[in-house]
Design a protein. Structure first.
Length: 82
């Protein structure tokens, strides 16, 4: 089913701004609010979130490289007592 309603220009701009804050279209934002969803604005902007995700991915890749090296060179590791 389709539901239509009219809003003023200022109301539309407010809905658009709220949707952009959550990285959603106006239609998706209004639909979620009508369904009673509790929408929480992200604490970081999109560019910062992407940068953090990229940095975490690079750290994970480095950890995997270190683990692979350690597993391949176990026989070369010194045997420490105590």
């Amino acid at each position: 089913k389709q539901i239509s309603f009219r809003v003023s220009e200022s109301e539309y701009l407010k809905l658009k701004h709220s949707g952009e804050t959550l990285n959603m279209s106006v239609r998706a934002f209004v639909k979620k609010k009508a369904q009673g969803a509790r929408l929480v604005a992200p604490k970081l902007d999109q560019a910062t979130r992407q940068s953090v995700a990229k940095d975490l991915s690079m750290l994970g890749a480095n950890a995997n490289q270190i683990a692979k090296y350690c597993n391949q060179h176990q026989h070369e590791a010194p045997n420490y007592e105590a």
